[in-house]
Design a protein around this ligand. Structure first.
Ligand SMILES: Nc1ncnc2c1ncn2[C@@H]1O[C@H](COP(=O)(O)OP(=O)(O)O)[C@@H](O)[C@H]1O
Ligand SMILES: [Mg+2]
Length: 366
């Protein structure tokens, strides 16, 4: 049984619908992320789960019990905010003990539980420090420990890494996932950062304009995006407009607006036929780049010339243009030595498989 379920949740602010008919089921002990651009309704959804906001329709059940009319402090959930809201003038232990104190937990038990949780988040011995003596990452762990010490069924986290710098965020992604699996607490995690969602989650719901566009594993979203929005939002892509020239079963040939013919494989349920306008997605990292024509089985094989090298260390890219069309193509720069002297104007051989394209009819989804 899922620990948290909601059905057809809707929230309107005047005539604007911030959360539109959202249903979800979160498994006990899982890491569930809600991923979407700023303003798509993530925080509003979470505030309804926590009880700070009342839905206009739909219902929420936690451990099988309806939350309708249940006050925030009576729900088995806790929330970690982006701006951690720690008490700066209290010690680390004081911050963590605060919630237990409000619940009238006896002081001996309080001390034991604070000590235990501090150890589990890797801050044993820091109980007497003041908050500002801790690094950003340590403060983050205190904010989480302060919630976990209350043994919530579900921990709600609203962009908790948003205020940290990039290096620390990369580190905390892995640390948060470890904390979650060590505690076994269900996490519902909101973010606009697709990498955070992919790295940490068991399941991800991609949200857009108040609705869930797709719910799946990180691999589902990356390899089998269910809509053009998901394909565009999760990972990087060459995104091309085109028209279907031929379709035989799942084999579809598209001509892009820039004149490049592309062999694609339609996913189950793809309705497009000859003459239909489509959007085609090919990931830069899915395209094989070679200096010589290596043959191979790939349905898409072409020559292109380097327009520009966008150097960004491990994430360096090549902007290319195909020889017989105006089509520009973005690929990853291989870091093997034979590419070290590559420059604008050089010729490369590209190939990718039909099943590595994602295809959507324009307007109608799949
Ligand atoms: N209390 C409110 N009154 C009016 N509009 C709101 C209120 N809270 C949120 N909104 C609007 O609802 C939309 C979704 O907001 P929010 O849930 O905060 O999005 P996210 O967390 O995904 O960035 C936004 O357009 C926001 O302006
Ligand atoms: Mg928000």
């Amino acid at each position: 049984m899922p620990v948290l379920e909601c059905a057809s949740l809707t929230k309107r602010f005047a005539d604007f619908t911030a959360v539109d008919n959202v249903s979800m089921a979160v498994e006990q002990g899982s890491f569930y992320s809600i991923l979407g651009p700023s303003g798509c309704g993530k925080t509003t959804l979470m505030r309804m789960l926590a009880g700070f906001e009342r839905q206009d329709s739909g219902n929420i059940r936690i451990e099988g019990k309806s939350m309708t009319g249940v006050a925030p402090n009576r729900r088995p959930v806790n929330m970690v905010f982006q701006h951690l809201a720690l008490f700066p003038n209290m010690s680390v232990a004081g911050n963590i003990a605060y919630g237990l104190k409000r619940r009238n937990t006896p002081s001996a038990e309080r001390e034991r539980r604070v000590g235990e949780v501090l150890e589990r988040v890797g801050l044993a011995g820091s109980g007497n420090k003041r908050i500002e003596q801790l690094s950003g990452g340590q403060q983050q762990r205190v904010a989480i420990a302060r919630c976990l010490v209350l043994n919530p069924q579900v921990l709600l986290l609203d962009e908790p890494l948003g205020a940290l710098d990039l290096k620390l965020r990369e580190h905390m992604k892995i640390e948060l996932k470890r904390l979650q699996s060590a505690f076994g607490t269900t996490f519902i995690y909101i973010t606009h950062d697709q990498s955070e969602a992919l790295v940490m989650s068991d399941r991800v719901a991609v949200m857009n304009h108040g609705r869930f566009e797709q719910v799946g594993s990180p691999q589902d979203l990356y390899y089998r995006p269910g809509s053009a929005f998901v394909a565009g939002f999760v990972g990087d892509n060459n995104r091309w407009q085109g028209v279907i020239e031929q379709r035989v079963g799942a084999k579809v040939r598209v001509r892009t607006e820039q004149g490049l013919p592309v062999e694609a494989q339609a996913a189950a349920g793809f309705q497009g036929g000859v003459g239909d306008a489509v959007e085609l997605f090919v990931r830069p990292e899915a395209i094989r780049v070679q200096l010589q024509d290596g043959g191979g089985e790939a349905e898409n094989r072409l020559q292109a010339r380097v327009i520009e090298i966008v150097f960004d260390g491990a994430r360096s890219r090549l902007q290319l243009r195909q020889a017989d069309s105006a089509q520009e193509i973005l690929v990853n720069l291989p870091h093997t030595p034979e590419f070290a002297t590559l420059g604008p104007g050089d010729r490369l051989y590209l190939s990718w498989h039909a099943h590595q394209c994602s295809l959507f009819t324009v307007g109608a989804g799949r």
